[in-house]
Design a protein around this ligand. Structure first.
Ligand code: UDP
Length: 368
């Protein structure tokens, strides 16, 4: 069986690492062709993840990044179609909600190659987010939808997706957190910045809804300033560019560093006092590391954490941000919202079950 994996952005490398490992560890006959669209291309946004997480080197790198959503998606679609025609995969595997996800899903479905979507069914119900459009469209052309949570499963059913296409496997990011925990690595700059374990805020900001809006950007950084906490900010290249563009200086209590690799990131998550982020993945990783999260958005897809009182959604309001960071809640939860750390294995088994099912059907039709 040949699986054609399409990835292109940082969170997809982390998710794909889990499934790639499960593919390698399976005794079945499964070949994976990894295609990197090039959406994220800086060494610290891409190469570091392939190295640290032992993802198979991409068989193809399309080098498509830096354009608008339409330009990127269109160029990826054309190239991916060419490659799918050459590779003739049995499945195309896409992750999450980026332009690479949408391009992979569309190219495959037009060629009648079945699409499997990992992290299906997430909804913010905010269609101004490019991610929301990407995930809805990818879900609706997929033959297999791997839902990470009960809520994601319900969202898919509510949109009329047939029950038999959906599998509740848990979240591959939970697998990653469990597997890589023992390899977590303290960043070499940590002590030099005067930081102390359990006494800093770990912050990330990268979503277009924040970075493209100077008022929101000012609100967020004003909130961090007012919190008076020591803040570490691994700075996404997009955010760095936008800060420069709008001439916003970082407050003195916010220390920007270059984006870190995953192993350093999970060390920071495990050793901070609280997380402030607009990232989807980092919200969950705060929970995996038993840290409360302050979410710098107006809504979140990870509603179960909000309902459990572990995630406070504060938007870009400086007062709310400062208050949430000054008086963090106690982390108290024993729930397993994101599965048992075996989502990768379940995903790989599902492909084999599908193959067995297809053989049974084919066999049946001969006998009939
Ligand atoms: N991450 C990382 N280094 C960083 C910032 C984030 O390794 O400097 C990881 C983080 O641990 C998480 C993933 O990147 O696993 C989240 O990606 P991102 O925030 O870019 O995207 P989102 O989750 O919002 O789609």
């Amino acid at each position: 069986m040949k699986v054609f994996t399409v990835i292109g952005a940082r969170p997809q490398f982390i998710k794909a690492a889990v499934v790639s490992r499960a593919i390698r560890e399976t005794r079945g006959d499964m070949e994976e062709v990894v295609v990197h669209t090039g959406q994220h291309y800086d060494a610290n946004m891409s190469d570091v993840f392939f190295d640290e997480l032992e993802i198979p080197p991409p068989a193809h790198n399309l080098g498509i990044g830096g354009g608008t959503h339409g330009q990127n998606t269109g160029r990826m679609l054309e190239k991916l179609e060419e490659l799918m025609l050459i590779e003739q995969p049995d499945w195309v595997l896409v992750y999450g909600d980026t332009d690479s996800t949408l391009a992979g899903a569309l190219a495959a479905s037009k060629l009648h190659i079945p699409v499997a979507h990992v992290e299906a069914g997430l909804r913010s119900f905010n269609r101004r987010m490019p991610e929301e459009i990407n995930r809805i469209l990818a879900d609706h052309v997929s033959a297999k939808l791997f839902a990470p949570t009960d809520l994601a499963f319900d969202n898919l059913r509510n949109e009329g997706i047939p029950r038999e296409k959906i599998e509740m496997v848990g979240d591959v990011m939970c697998d990653a957190a469990v597997f890589y925990k023992r390899r977590a690595r303290k960043p070499i700059w940590f002590d030099n910045l005067g930081l102390k374990v359990n006494d800093f805020v770990l912050c990330t900001v990268h979503r277009a809804e924040n970075t493209d809006d100077p008022i929101r950007m000012r609100g967020i950084f004003e909130g961090l300033r007012k919190s008076e906490a020591q803040v570490v900010l691994p700075l996404h290249p997009r955010t760095r560019g936008k800060l420069k563009q709008i001439g916003l200086m970082l407050p003195s209590n916010v220390q920007a560093v270059d984006p870190v690799g995953y192993l350093e990131m999970i060390w920071l998550e495990a050793n901070c006092r609280i997380v402030a982020t607009d990232s989807g993945g980092v919200q969950k990783e705060a929970y995996f590391n038993q840290k409360c999260c302050v979410t710098l958005r107006e809504e979140t897809e990870w509603v179960e954490l909000v309902q459990a009182g572990l995630n406070e959604v504060v938007g870009a309001d400086s007062e709310k941000i400062a208050a949430a960071l000054r008086c963090p809640r106690e982390f108290a939860s024993r729930s397993q919202f994101y599965g048992d750390g075996k989502a990768g294995e379940k995903i790989v088994s599902s492909f084999f079950n599908a193959e067995v099912g297809a053989e049974a059907v084919a066999g049946g039709s001969v006998q009939d």
